[in-house]
Design a protein around this ligand. Sequence first.
Ligand SMILES: [Zn+2]
Length: 243
Amino acid sequence: MTDLTRLQSIFKEFRETTVLVEKGVAPKCAMPVNPPNFVPAKTVKEINKKAKSLGLGRIVNKNITDPKAFLRRANEILEEAARVQRKYPMVLKHAKTDKWSLKSIELWKESGLDMEGWAGSVGDYTPSDKLIRLASNRSAYEGPILGEMHVDTTATGVFRHEYGHYLQDRIDKTKAYKEFTELHQKHSSAWWKKNVSNYGGQDLDEAFAESFCAYTNPLYRKIRQPRLHPQIENIMEEITGGL
Ligand SMILES: [Zn+2]
């Protein structure tokens, strides 16, 4: 993307937001726009129907005792998955096929997964089980944070990180992903730490998941939010089919 088209897209978004604020439709702060057609599920059965239609398998209540809290947290994840799939055509393409889908997402009540050997972890993706585990006691959108520990520690942010790992398995033969692996080799761990996050500086997988998580943050490209290094952004654009 050239600088000119980038500026045009920022201006277009700014103008659209201004119109919505003037009409009183949007709040003045840069909050994400909810998917217009997302209707929260009211029962566990409805949750799983939606999850299946989005290629997420089932959403399993691991240990949340309050059923309403479970529904609220599960709906947050479903809404986020729906938003990301709608906004990024390549994500939608790889989200689900006849032979491929996530099997389940486990929601834990804690703000950190508390199993043996998992101390401090907020999420996990197990490729052999196509399972995402999420510590779900984190809410509210935040913009991407670059150059620190993680790019986004909200439950929806951790979901996008783990979903990035899931997608990695799907796209590992594509040209765009090959470009990402080349970019990863080209730069040092310190470079990835500075431009993405400490965690992203760990290895190729975490660099990808953290970059994907930052790029698909609902506030990414909003005014005054940090932007990924153009070399990373361009590849993320290609991988996700996003603007
Ligand atoms: Zn990870």
